[in-house]
Ligand binder design. Structure first.
Ligand code: CP
Length: 333
């Protein structure tokens, strides 16, 4: 495996192999497997789980890792192509990425969407510019429009608790949040659930429709897996018989990059906060998923997050096991 940019780049057998390897490494640790190997991580955007779980994954496999981020005492990094660097930044990404990569066997990069231009973000423009600079294996640690490591961990988590692939109903629901958030997790999640063969419903208020590019990609995955895909603003109907409610907020696509219009649209949508009533018509054992971080009392009520339906900690722990599989496959073949 030379790259993990997008789970959609893997065929079903390759995904299954990673899931089986993750389980094997969870059950039977291999503390020397990656001895002498180094993972470089460039975090242009903040993280808790991704950063910590990759460091833990490398350590558990006997390798090492280092992190570079703008929050550290490094030179400011410029990312814009063709810029005259007469401002604060002393280093350009065009040198920074190859230099960091030259110290490592694989590199992971995180760079959130700029959210200035939907077309650029859907094309993952900034991430792809950095990707083109990588001459060693690359892991997408969340780009403008993708988060494959989260998706692999979420798939593993649903397998572990016996959520059916075929016939399992997966509801990706927009949830209230005071700020505009990126499309990466919803885009990756809707594709993952469709690729898993599930009956996927995207529930969201008007104005928060997922872009056609994201829905068409998920539809193709559903066609190939035998799953289904629908999108609706009828949340009550969407939640009926759900096996999974996966909550996530994202920016208004009607007012993308227009903070004032987006905030006005979402201002009276705080009833899209997940609470126990959302589970009234779901499957009895319906579970609550969220990639984290999550704002308590804003996105989801404590009664759900602290209750037996929540599997958010298991999802987060599975980030480490899923990524151990990715690193093992990438560095050892
Ligand atoms: N879910 C996730 O990627 O978490 P972090 O942003 O903390 O890495």
């Amino acid at each position: 495996m030379k790259e993990l940019y997008d789970l959609a780049d893997l065929n079903p057998a390759e995904i299954e192999e990673l899931l089986q390897l993750a389980k094997r490494l969870q059950d039977s640790p291999e503390p020397q497997a990656l001895a002498g190997k180094v993972l470089a991580m460039l975090f242009m955007s903040p993280s808790l789980r991704t950063l910590a779980s990759f460091q833990a994954a490398m350590t558990r496999l006997g390798g090492g890792s280092f992190v570079i981020s703008p929050g550290m005492s490094i030179h400011g990094i410029e990312t814009r192509p063709g810029i005259v660097m007469d401002g604060q930044a002393a280093e350009h990404i065009r040198e920074a990425v190859p230099v960091i990569a030259s110290y490592a066997d694989a590199i992971g990069i995180r760079a959130f969407a700029e959210r200035h231009n939907l077309k650029n973000d859907l094309a993952d423009k900034e991430f792809n510019e950095m990707r083109a600079l990588c001459k060693i294996p690359l892991i997408n640690m969340e780009s403008a429009i993708n988060h494959p490591c989260q998706s692999l961990a979420d798939w593993k988590t649903m397998d572990e608790i016996g959520i059916p692939r075929q016939g399992g109903k997966f509801v990706l629901s927009w949830a209230y949040h005071p700020r505009m958030l990126p499309l990466a997790v919803p885009a990756a999640t809707v594709h993952m659930a469709a690729a898993r063969g599930m009956d996927v419903t995207v529930a969201r208020p008007a104005g928060f429709e997922l872009p056609d590019e994201i829905m068409q990609r998920a539809q193709s995955a559903a066609n190939a897996s035998g799953g289904t895909l629908t999108e609706t603003d009828d949340r009550a109907a969407a939640l009926e018989n759900a096996h999974i409610i996966y909550a996530k907020s994202w920016s208004s696509t009607r007012h993308y990059a227009d903070r004032v219009a987006d905030e006005e649209l979402r201002s009276d949508l705080d009833d899209w906060r997940v609470d126990n009533s959302w589970f009234d018509t779901t499957q009895d054992d319906c579970r609550f998923m969220h990639c984290l971080p999550v704002r308590r009392g804003v996105v989801v009520a404590d009664e759900v997050l602290d209750g037996p339906r929540s599997i958010v900690i298991q999802e987060a722990q599975n980030r480490m096991f899923a990524q151990m599989a990715v690193l093992h496959k990438m560095m050892l073949g």
